[in-house]
Design a protein around this ligand. Structure first.
Ligand SMILES: NC(=O)c1ccc[n+]([C@@H]2O[C@H](COP(=O)([O-])OP(=O)(O)OC[C@H]3O[C@@H](n4cnc5c(N)ncnc54)[C@H](OP(=O)(O)O)[C@@H]3O)[C@@H](O)[C@H]2O)c1
Length: 342
């Protein structure tokens, strides 16, 4: 079996976690080697097909050889041009989520797919905003795009639906999809501050580069959109998902309403979709003890699905870490390697 040459765009929390995971499980590069890496600050680094354990030293060597220390950020156009010409088999795209237009990540992915190169991403924005376009390009060139880590990290959510269940339709779903908000809510539920909770989530590498994307419900709304479009083959836009920001004021309002009804509840950020009613929302809910989502604490994620051909399916991941996100990318890479390209 020939190894696959990876080009990695983005070398932050998730990118470094992937290199670390592959260093552990594929130290000799029998399955995967790194052909190159690019980020805004590092620029473009051509590595020459090194196995994962050699990535860091190869980066340092290339940087040391650069005569000038260029502090300006790399123009995405340069990276796109490089992706059009450089040799690789699969693009792994793990840059920041931009919910305005998903750029430049969307262009990175399109460039690889147009060349017939496979692509794997953990970045929600291009999948939430442009999955249809990306699939159209991939269908034209025979390339494949996978995005398991965009929702619930490494949990096999999309592969479960697409590979293990014959076509089913989600009728309704309720889920806890954003780890940062869930950790913040653990703190607020224990009468501690939002700031402390956010600091905890940051220390675990779980927050978005702009943590407001977690707290204002955008991250969960993007995940809901991806699930709808990828599994139900719907065409919903992120703007159709109503979002309620997680603030100390909103938390206090939901808690006092629940207390006034004499209920023993816990407050969580819940993403709800009702496909029969075309209704999508991310908001704070007071959950009673008999709610399946009640026990979902810490960075855990959980979704309860009601399907047309299956009564109720509950999927959970308990306190996922960056290693689990990296595992999701690895499982996508393995899938691409094991299956035949058209
Ligand atoms: N962290 C998690 O737990 C998690 C879980 C699932 C999915 N995700 C998704 O995975 C992606 C990466 O997350 P992360 O936590 O690794 O973020 P991060 O630590 O902020 O790293 C982002 C990386 O992307 C690079 N980058 C940003 N803009 C770029 C551009 N225009 N061109 C090239 N490189 C660019 C950054 O480079 P510079 O440092 O040089 O600017 C950095 O290396 C995000 O889309 C996130 O939503 C994250």
């Amino acid at each position: 079996m020939q190894n696959s040459r990876i080009v990695l765009i983005g070398h932050g929390n998730v990118g470094t976690a992937l290199v670390r995971l592959l260093s552990e499980i594929d130290p000799k590069g029998r399955r995967f080697v790194f052909s190159g890496i690019a980020t805004r600050k590092l620029g473009i680094i051509e590595l020459g097909n090194v196995p994962a354990p050699e990535v860091d030293s190869a980066i340092h060597r290339v940087l040391a050889e650069r005569r000038t220390r260029d502090l300006k950020q790399t123009d995405p156009k340069e990276i796109i041009h490089w992706l059009e010409t450089w040799e690789y088999d699969v693009l792994v795209e793990v840059t920041d989520s931009n919910y305005t237009d998903a750029e430049p990540a969307l262009s990175y992915l399109k460039t690889a797919l147009r060349r017939g190169k496979d692509a794997v991403t953990a970045n929600k924005a291009p999948i939430a905003i442009a999955l249809k376009d990306l699939r159209t390009i991939a269908a034209r060139t025979g390339a494949r795009i996978r995005f398991e880590s965009t929702v619930m990290d490494g949990t096999p959510l999309f592969s479960l639906f697409t590979e293990s269940m014959p076509p089913v339709r989600i009728r309704r779903m309720r889920g806890i999809l954003n780890s940062t908000s869930n950790i913040v809510l653990d703190f607020l539920n224990q009468n501690r501050s939002l700031k402390e909770g956010l600091a905890k989530a940051k220390s675990l590498g779980l927050t978005e580069s702009d943590p407001m994307l977690d707290l204002n419900g955008f991250d969960a709304a993007a995940k809901l959109t991806i699930i709808a479009n990828a599994i139900n083959d719907a065409d919903i836009k992120m703007s159709q998902v109503m979002t309620q920001p997680l603030t100390e004021q909103n938390f206090a309002a939901v808690r006092s309403l629940s207390a006034s009804k004499g209920r023993d509840t816990i407050i969580r950020q819940v993403a709800v979709a009702d496909f029969d009613k075309n209704f999508y929302r991310v908001s704070l809910e007071a959950l009673k003890q008999d709610d399946p989502l009640y026990s979902c604490n810490g960075s855990s994620n959980m979704i309860a699905f009601s399907l047309d051909l299956f009564t109720e399916l509950i999927i959970a991941s308990r306190n996922p870490t960056l290693r689990d996100t990296a595992f999701g990318i690895y499982s996508d890479l393995m899938h691409l390697q094991h299956t035949v390209k058209r």
